[in-house]
Design a protein around this ligand. Structure first.
Ligand SMILES: Cc1cc2nc3c(=O)[nH]c(=O)nc-3n(C[C@H](O)[C@H](O)[C@H](O)COP(=O)(O)OP(=O)(O)OC[C@H]3O[C@@H](n4cnc5c(N)ncnc54)[C@H](O)[C@@H]3O)c2cc1C
Length: 595
C-alpha cells in the first residue's frame, strides 16, 4: 500500500442510505461539493428493506396531532429518549413527509387522494386511548420507494457518488477537529485520503453483531467502529430492538404493517394471547413489550411446532385481496422463506434482532457531541452523524416502528441545513495532519504481513454467537457478565486475523477483515454497557431486575434514568443525563408503562 491518493471535497458523507442521501440532497442543492461513499450501490442500502411505513401525524384517516406522536414516542422510549429531540422530530414529521411526496415518492393513496396511513405498534390517539393510523406507506415497500426517490433527486442535483468505496478511519487534527476520512476503493484496492471541511457518518446499524438478524450483511457498524477508534464514545448501545415477527429459522422480517392491517399473534392453543398482556393495544403494543410476551408464552410451554419454539402470525382473516394490495412482499416472503401461503395458513415467527437504539451521540443538528471540561455535550468540530448509526436520542430504550425512516428524513435534512450554514462561514479547509493516514496504514499493514492465524469469518461468527447467547431478548446478570469476558477474549483474537489472499482488485476477504474491526467495537460497546446497567428498561430486560413495588417493570429511575457512554479505550463507561425538557411543551414525567 505505498500509494496514497488525495481528493478534496466540502463535505464527505459516509453512507448512501436514507439518512445519507437526505443530507446529501440538502447539500448538493445548496451547491456544495459533496461526495457520498457507499460499500454498495446506493439503492441497495438497508433502507431499501424497510417495509411498514414512515410515522407522521398527518391525520388523513383518523384524528391525530404531533402532541400524541410526541407522547407515544416518549412512552415508547421508556423515558430514556431526550424530550427536546423527540419534540423536534414529531413536529417536523408532516413537513418532511410532504416534502418527500413532492420529490415524487409513490405513496399509497386514499380515495380522496391523500396519503394512505396504517396503524403501527405503540402509535395511539388521545394519549394511549386507542390505536391511530399514522404510518405513511407505499404497500409494504416503503423504504424501497423512499430510497429510490432520494437517489433520483440526488442524481438530478449532481451529488458525487463513490460506489463500492469503504471508509476506514476518521482523520482528526491536533485540536481534535475532524478534517477527513481514509477510504479504500474496492475495485483497485487503493487507499485514499478524502479531505473535507465536514464529515457526516450515515453508515446505518450494526445488526450483524448478532447471529439471527433482520439486517443486511453490510450492516457491520462501520461508523461506530470509526468513531470508537477516534476516541468518540458510543451512547446507549445496550438497547437493541427485537422485532416480534422475524420468520422462524430464517430471520427475514415480516413488517409490523401485518399487524397494522389486522394480523394476530396466536400461541399453541390458538389463543390471541396479547389481549391478556395489553388489553388496549393488543397486538399493536410496542415491540419490546410484544417480544417479551411472545418469549413468555414460549417459556411457559405455549409455543407452537414440534419444539414449541415459535409463535404463529395469523393473517388468514384479512382476505387475499387486502394481502395482495397492502402486503405483497410479505406474501412472497411467506412463500420463499417459510413455504407458507399466508392467505391460507398462519406463519411461524420469533422475536429477531432488528435495530440499534444507541449510536454516536449527536444533538438535533446532527453534530457529534462528547463530554468535555464539564460540558456533557461539547461539539466535535467537523463531524456529524445521522440515521441508525447516531443517537440523538429520539428512540431511547425502545424505538416505535416507523420512527426510524422518520428520523432519517428529519435529522438528515437538519444536518444538511446546519452544514450548509457552517460552510458559508468557513471558506477554507484546515490543514491535514502529517500522520493523517498512519492509523489506517497500520491496520492494513497488519493484514498484509499476516502469515498465520484465524480467518475473519471465524472470528465474526464467534462475535455473533457470543452476542446472541449473552445479549438476547431476556438477559440475566450472570450471563451478561460471562458475555463480557467472552467478547473481550474474541476481541483479542480479532487483533490477529489472518488474510490469506493479499491481492488488491475487488478483494472481498480484505473488506470482511476490515469489517471485523468495526463489528468488535460495536459488540464490546453493547456487551459492556448492558452488563453495567442494573435495571430493566425498554429493550434491556434483565431477569434479575424484575417487577417490584419499588421498581415497577424492573425500571429504576432513581439510579438509571441516564444515558450510557462507552469509550473503546479501556472499555471505560461514563453516564450523562437524559434531557427531560422539551422545546415548547410540558415535560412528560416517567410513569409505569401499560398498554
Ligand atoms: C428489514 C427491515 C425493515 C425495516 N422497516 C422499517 C419501517 O418500516 N419503518 C421504519 O421507520 N424503519 C424500518 N426499519 C429501520 C430502518 O429501515 C433503518 O433504521 C434505516 O433504514 C437505516 O438507514 P440509514 O440511512 O441509517 O442506514 P442504511 O440504509 O443502513 O445505509 C447505510 C449506508 O452506509 C454505507 N456504509 C456503511 N459502512 C460504510 C463504509 N465503511 N464505507 C462506505 N459506506 C458505508 C452502506 O453502503 C449504506 O449505503 C427497518 C429495518 C429493517 C432491517
Amino acid at each position: 500500500m505505498a500509494t496514497l491518493n488525495k481528493r478534496r471535497f466540502d463535505v464527505v458523507i459516509v453512507g448512501a442510505g436514507g439518512s445519507g442521501m437526505r443530507a446529501s440532497l440538502q447539500l448538493a442543492r445548496a451547491g456544495l461539493n459533496v461526495a457520498v461513499l457507499s460499500k454498495v450501490f446506493p439503492t441497495r442500502s438497508h433502507t431499501v428493506a424497510a417495509q411498514g411505513g414512515i410515522g407522521a401525524s398527518l391525520g388523513n384517516m383518523s384524528e391525530d396531532n404531533w402532541h400524541y406522536h410526541f407522547f407515544d414516542t416518549v412512552k415508547g422510549s421508556d423515558w430514556l429518549g431526550d424530550q427536546d429531540a423527540i419534540e423536534f422530530m414529531c413536529r417536523e414529521a408532516p413537513k418532511v413527509v410532504y416534502e418527500l411526496e413532492h420529490f415524487g415518492m409513490p405513496f399509497d393513496r386514499n380515495p380522496d387522494g391523500t396519503i394512505y396511513q396504517r396503524p403501527f405498534g405503540g402509535h395511539t390517539a388521545n394519549y394511549g386511548e386507542k390505536p391511530v393510523q399514522r404510518a405513511c406507506a407505499a404497500a409494504d415497500r416503503t423504504g424501497h420507494a423512499m430510497l429510490h426517490t432520494l437517489y433520483q433527486q440526488n442524481v438530478k442535483s449532481r451529488t458525487n457518488f463513490f460506489v463500492e468505496w469503504m471508509a476506514l478511519d476518521l482523520i482528526r487534527d491536533a485540536d481534535g477537529d475532524v478534517v477527513g476520512v481514509t477510504a479504500l476503493e474496492m475495485e483497485t484496492g487503493e487507499l485514499y485520503v478524502l479531505e473535507a471541511k465536514t464529515v457526516l457518518l450515515a453508515t446505518g446499524g450494526a445488526g450483524r453483531i448478532f447471529a439471527a438478524s433482520t439486517n443486511a450483511f453490510i450492516n457491520t457498524g462501520d461508523g461506530l467502529g470509526m468513531a470508537a477508534r477516534a476516541g468518540i464514545p458510543l451512547e446507549d448501545m445496550e438497547f437493541w430492538q427485537f422485532h416480534p415477527t422475524g420468520v422462524h429459522n430464517a430471520g427475514v422480517l415480516l413488517t409490523e404493517g401485518c399487524r397494522g392491517e389486522g394480523a394476530i399473534l396466536r400461541n399453541s392453543n390458538g389463543e390471541r394471547f396479547m389481549e391478556r398482556y395489553a388489553p388496549t393495544l393488543k397486538d399493536l403494543a410496542p415491540r419490546d413489550f410484544v417480544s417479551r410476551c411472545m418469549d413468555q408464552e414460549i417459556k411457559e410451554g405455549r409455543g407452537c411446532g414440534p419444539n414449541k419454539d415459535y409463535i404463529q402470525l395469523d393473517m388468514t382473516h384479512l382476505g387475499g385481496e387486502t394481502i395482495m394490495k397492502r402486503l405483497p412482499s410479505v406474501f412472497e416472503i411467506g412463500h420463499n422463506f417459510a413455504n407458507v401461503d399466508i392467505t391460507k395458513e398462519p406463519i411461524p415467527v420469533v422475536p429477531t434482532i432488528h435495530y440499534q437504539m444507541g449510536g454516536i451521540p449527536t444533538n438535533v443538528h446532527g453534530q457529534v457531541v462528547v463530554p468535555q471540561g464539564g460540558n456533557p455535550s461539547a461539539v466535535v468540530n467537523g463531524l456529524y452523524a445521522v440515521g441508525e448509526c447516531s443517537c440523538v436520542s429520539v428512540h431511547g430504550a425502545n424505538r416505535l416502528g416507523t420512527n426510524s425512516l422518520l428520523d432519517l428524513l428529519v435529522f438528515g435534512r437538519a444536518a444538511g441545513n446546519h452544514i450548509v450554514e457552517f460552510a458559508s462561514r468557513s471558506k477554507s479547509h484546515k490543514p491535514l495532519p502529517a500522520d493523517a493516514a498512519d492509523a489506517t496504514r497500520a491496520r492494513l499493514a497488519r493484514y498484509e504481513s499476516s502469515t498465520q492465524g484465524e480467518y475473519a469469518q471465524v472470528v465474526a461468527n464467534d462475535i455473533r454467537k457470543t452476542m446472541q447467547q449473552h445479549a438476547g431478548v431476556f438477559r440475566t446478570q450472570a450471563s451478561m457478565d460471562e458475555g463480557v469476558a467472552k467478547i473481550k477474549a474474541v476481541a483479542e483474537r480479532a487483533r490477529h486475523i489472518h488474510l490469506a489472499d493479499k491481492s488488491k482488485v475487488f478483494n472481498t476477504a480484505r473488506i470482511e477483515a476490515l469489517e471485523v474491526d468495526n463489528l468488535i467495537e460495536s459488540a464490546l460497546a453493547t456487551m459492556i454497557s448492558a452488563a453495567a446497567r442494573r435495571e430493566s428498561r425498554g429493550a434491556h430486560t434483565v431477569d434479575d431486575y424484575g417487577d417490584t413495588p419499588a421498581h415497577p417493570n424492573g425500571r429504576n429511575d432513581a439510579e438509571w434514568l441516564k444515558h450510557t457512554l462507552w469509550y473503546s479505550e479501556g472499555n471505560r463507561l461514563e453516564y450523562k443525563p437524559v434531557n427531560m425538557t422539551p422545546m415548547s411543551v410540558e415535560s412528560i414525567p416517567p410513569k409505569v408503562r401499560t398498554f
